[in-house]
Design a protein. Structure first.
Length: 300
């Protein structure tokens, strides 16, 4: 996937043809965090964010989809270590409340009745509304770009303002599982990770000097661990994985990149909220290892 495990020093500006390279003292560092989707694995990003902030790695802007958008929008209201710790507490509360309920009977009934989703989304909306740190995304302290997928065109739509509860309900609306959301533009919107689950191109469009990728995207579970829901999502994940591969190829070789990746070799849980405490710890640990690798391999 072309992933990079460390910062490569220093900033790696991209020059346009015919432009004059700015003097070193004129280069303004700009760190962009890219937060992937990953359903309940998004809890790991909370641990990652805390460790990164504790180490002094701070964003100037964030780009996020799906579960990553829940984390990014919480952080940009107050981009501090304390806020990252509060985000971990939010995930612990989510684990207790289980905003998406699994029921084979109910899900089959939804299919038979021709309903657009297995879950009404009411519990998730309630949890989001209880924890959002601001009413509108435009109130964020740092620029935050949240992606949703236009259900009528399949195109990603990027938002830097708008009612935050509605935006988060839309960008987390896994197709078939949660209902699409009307964001007031005459169309319905679903999970932003459907098309671009690790939105690297949007991050690159902000012309970063550093790119920090918090990657909790689902991998493909072994055949013996596949569920009906995971099998339904194989096509979606395969398309998203191929686009992600292409987007990694777009990342300039000279750009400083820290890829903090959550391994999911054995399983790729979607809605197993009992795993949240472990995921918080795993996210913190992989962030520590990524930072140690960066410190040990960066060259002048």
């Amino acid at each position: 996937m072309g992933k990079r495990g460390a910062f490569r020093r220093w900033f790696g500006w991209r020059r346009q043809p015919g432009s004059v390279e700015p003097a070193a003292e004129d280069r303004t560092p700009r760190t962009v965090f890219v937060l992937s989707g990953g359903s309940v694995r998004g809890a790991a990003q909370a641990g990652m964010l805390r460790v990164l902030l504790e180490a002094g790695v701070r964003p100037d802007a964030l780009v996020a989809v799906s579960a990553g958008a829940l984390n990014a929008t919480f952080l940009v209201a107050d981009p501090t270590v304390d806020q990252a710790r509060r985000l971990e507490d939010v995930w612990r509360d989510v684990a207790e409340r289980k905003p998406i309920r699994g029921s084979v009977v109910r899900n089959v009934a939804a299919i038979v009745r021709g309903k657009p989703s297995f879950d009404t989304g009411d519990r998730l909306r309630s949890v989001i509304a209880d924890h959002v740190p601001m009413d509108d995304l435009s109130e964020a302290v740092l620029p935050c770009h949240v992606g949703t997928t236009d259900a009528s065109t399949g195109q990603v739509v990027w938002w830097t303002s708008g009612p935050l509860v509605d935006l988060l309900c839309a960008t987390t609306a896994v197709p078939g599982v949660l209902p699409a959301v009307d964001l007031g533009d005459g169309t319905l919107h679903i999970d932003g990770g459907v098309v671009s689950n690790i939105p690297l191109r949007r991050g690159l469009s902000l012309e970063p000097t550093r790119l920090v990728v918090l990657d909790v995207a689902a991998k493909f579970a072994p055949a013996e661990k596949q569920t009906a829901l995971s099998l339904m999502m194989v096509g979606v994940r395969a398309a998203a994985a191929e686009l992600t591969r292409q987007q990694w190829l777009d990342v300039p070789a000279e750009l400083d990149v820290l890829h903090v990746e959550l391994p999911t070799e054995d399983d790729a849980p979607d809605f197993e909220f009992d795993l949240v405490p472990d995921l918080l710890e795993q996210g913190a640990e992989v962030a520590r290892r990524a930072l140690e690798t960066a410190d040990g391999t960066a060259t002048a």
